[in-house]
Design a protein around this ligand. Structure first.
Ligand code: NAI
Ligand code: 15L
Length: 270
């Protein structure tokens, strides 16, 4: 992990969330000031921090939020499959507000928390790379496809660089058999975000976020320029997880597709 202070001011959205809390600590070495934002409670500002509450769906608030930052680490938004309305407001309207603010304020780079659920309808027996057509496994996955496409447009039209991180499952520990393939340790997450911020030229890049797990569904060869080399692995947790979690019934789609239980969520708008 780098300990260089490269940025004057970085913005972290979603800072009250599970990964936001990890990055709130993990981004400090890279920046003189870390501006943290969320619509949920963020607590008091720590040293060299600015706390700026903001609902991403509020255009004016997002435009103020982005003023004066060098780069954005955008982790705010709905993070699970649910009804369309909250996804629409946070992940679609909210992301558009963010990119418009980034454009207007001349910010040059965004790190966007995409998700493995943009390709959740590939089978667990398949290995894919970033050129595989998207196969979202729900409305949440569709909203992350929107984010990947919106950021592509802002790069082609305005040369704003984005790294889209198709994060697997980033939690303190492996919770089930699927996560033996999708696990991204917190240390590897922080390293991935550091690489996404520090690599000199990223253009519009998409990279899968997984640790060096023995079972691999994703090939990151086309994102080698990011220089991400995960150090952790789910493997030391395999024995515990296999003992605790019996295999799923072979006919259960959650055990067939990469998106796991997300593929059987919904419908939500009946
Ligand atoms: P989380 O749900 O714990 O955190 C998301 C944060 O975004 C929350 O604090 C929430 O208050 C905030 N938020 C939601 N809507 C907002 C809005 N309209 N305005 C302002 N803030 C809003 O989720 P987690 O696990 O920390 O994930 C962070 C990001 O990474 C999310 O974008 C998620 O989709 C993505 N991701 C996470 C994965 C994981 O394994 N944890 C896997 C793949 C993607
Ligand atoms: C995600 O995109 C979610 O944000 C996270 O909560 C997990 O469900 C993760 O994917 C996963 O696939 O395990």
């Amino acid at each position: 992990m780098s300990d260089r202070t490269e940025f004057r001011r970085l913005l972290l959205t979603g800072a009250a969330g599970g990964l936001g809390k990890v990055l709130r600590a993990g981004l400090k070495p890279l920046t003189r000031t870390l501006r943290v934002s969320d619509k949920a409670e963020l607590g008091p500002a720590g040293p060299e921090e600015e706390v700026v509450p903001c609902d991403l769906a509020d255009k004016a608030a997002v435009h103020s939020l982005v003023a004066g930052v060098d780069a954005v680490v955008h982790f705010g938004g709905v993070s699970v499959e649910t009804h369309f309305e909250p996804i629409l407001q946070s992940n679609i309207v909210g992301l558009f507000n963010m990119y418009e603010a980034v454009r207007k304020h001349g910010v040059r780079r965004v790190v966007f928390a995409s998700s493995n659920h943009v390709t959740g309808f590939y089978r667990q027996s398949e290995k894919i790379d970033v050129d595989a057509p998207v196969r979202p496994d729900g409305l949440y996955g569709v909203s992350k496809c929107f984010g990947e496409n919106l950021s592509r447009f802002y790069y082609d039209r305005y040369a704003i660089e984005t790294v889209c991180l198709r994060i697997g499952s980033s939690f303190p520990a492996v919770k089930d058999r699927r996560m033996l393939a999708t696990f991204l340790s917190y240390n590897d997450l922080v390293e991935l975000v550091h690489r996404s911020l520090l690599t000199p030229r990223v253009g519009h890049s998409i990279i899968f976020g997984a640790s060096d797990n023995a079972v691999k569904w994703w090939d990151n060869a086309k994102a080698a320029h990011i220089g991400f080399a995960p150090r952790d692995s789910s493997d030391p947790q395999r024995e515990r997880v296999e003992a605790a979690c019996p295999p799923l019934d072979p006919s259960d789609p959650a055990g067939v597709y990469q998106g796991g239980a997300f593929v059987r969520a919904g419908p939500f708008d009946d």
